[in-house]
Design a binder for this molecule. Sequence first.
Ligand code: ADP
Ligand code: MG
Length: 539
Amino acid sequence: MAGKISSEPLPEGAQRIIGRDAMRLNIAIGYAIAQIVKTTLGPKGMDKMLVSDLGDIIITNDGATILEEMNVEHPTAKLMVEIAKTQDKEVGDGTTTSVVIAGNLLKNAGQLLDKNIHPTTIIKGFELAEAKAQEELEKIGEDVTPDDSETLKRIAMVAMGSKGIGSDKEKELIADIVVKAVKQVSEKRDGKYYVDLDLVKIEKKAGGEVADTRLVNGIVIDKEVVHAGMPKKIKNAKIALIDAALEVEKTETDAKINITAPEQLEAFLRQEEEMLKKMVEKIKKAGANVVFVQKGIDDVAQHYLAKAGILAVRRVKKSDMEKLSRATGARIASSLDDLSEKDLGEAEIVEERKVGGEAMVFVENCKDPKSVTIFVRGGTEHVVNEVERAIKDALGSVASTLEVGKYVAGGGSVEIELAKRLRDYAVEVGGREQLAVEAFADALESIPTTLAENAGMDAIDTLVELRSKHSKENGIYFGVDVGNGKVSDMKELGVLEPLKVKRQAISSAVETARLVLRIDDIISAKGTSKKENESNELD
Ligand code: ADP
Ligand code: MG
């Protein structure tokens, strides 16, 4: 390894790389990581096959997944993986974009270092550029409301991107479902929209076709009706949600009853039955004809519930109880004593249906439900999982579009436009920082050039044409039309993305570049060099 290695004040075996050497090494590694993921960018991007040391294979083109599975060792590489993760967590999309921008920021910073520009100056220039880029991004972004279904659908479709869910017709269907689901659970507060995606339940069952995927205006529970004697279908359901058990608690009885004679046992059992019967009476009295219980339901209670014509489901997950509450308007009761009619929720229909050989309970056609289910179907387990991933990406994109209220055109058009505006700004900045602002603009342009390369187009020709289009009036939306291998208006093509994805991609890329460029000393503990020694011995 090139670099000044001095280990004197450090523990034995520790290694130290300082100054420019440390920086060059980090830059090279950061750029290398970007080079690995960049071939996956865009709808024409390739997949990576990742093979674990146990031989498990993952085929994916998701930036975050690739970086995570690569198990990189070097700390700088780990930093790059961190941005991908942050990006994924914050917006659920744009991971490859942020890593590619970060890698190119680092590469361009390296060239400035070669011109003897101090890292602090470079960082300052990058920070100025970022602030300007974010400001311009807000101006470029266009407003969208929940009523703009077409725009939101386009955003959903672009987010699903290269995920293998087959035909355009299927994608349109799913985009439509996703938009409806997000709109249904969104809430408007002080003029802003908020979307809690936990309220959109995704329930999947292999079998059928992707085209059978649908939006359920309510909740699908992967459980069966608990007793064969209960009705399987209730119309105009009055639903009780109970997070206690419909059982007589053992601790209670242990503590109270000490049985010494057979008559006593009988009396006790009768008493227990009486208690369970009373529980069911209370549910009946409240007016419920459907009950979801978070814990168990005793056989005797089941019997009385069945006799009362009540449909009951037991051991419902806590998260599903909450969703049921949001969907039906029911209040979750912790004790039967305070259960009353006003705690009950409503649904037009509650029904157990057999899907793919398994019973599931559908709570459907709720009135203005604040929680809904996307019920995913598809030929095989693999297909439903891939559709689920696509749905999650689309949900994330549509939700963040609504929350921010703005979208931009994709295909590299927004990056080219920002680069152009940054170059104008660079002149204003002047001095040495000007060079860093220009280097930032160049790094943004790596997005359209990479999209072009991945689509088999000539990167330089494409860039030249894009710059020329953007220099003219109404050129702002021109980007890489990867489907047709040319430069086109992305807005007309319907390649739209949430503004939030771009905002976050730029800020996390700058964050990484800043972190890496601040490092001028790498001190590695014994561990790494010991490994090297060991392998030397083997040689
Ligand atoms: P990321 O992990 O950054 O989201 P993707 O592989 O999803 O990476 O690619 C996103 C990029 O692909 C964005 O720049 C987006 O504008 C672009 N893109 C998506 N669909 C199209 C399309 N149909 N035509 C051109 N560019 C597209
Ligand atoms: Mg994406």
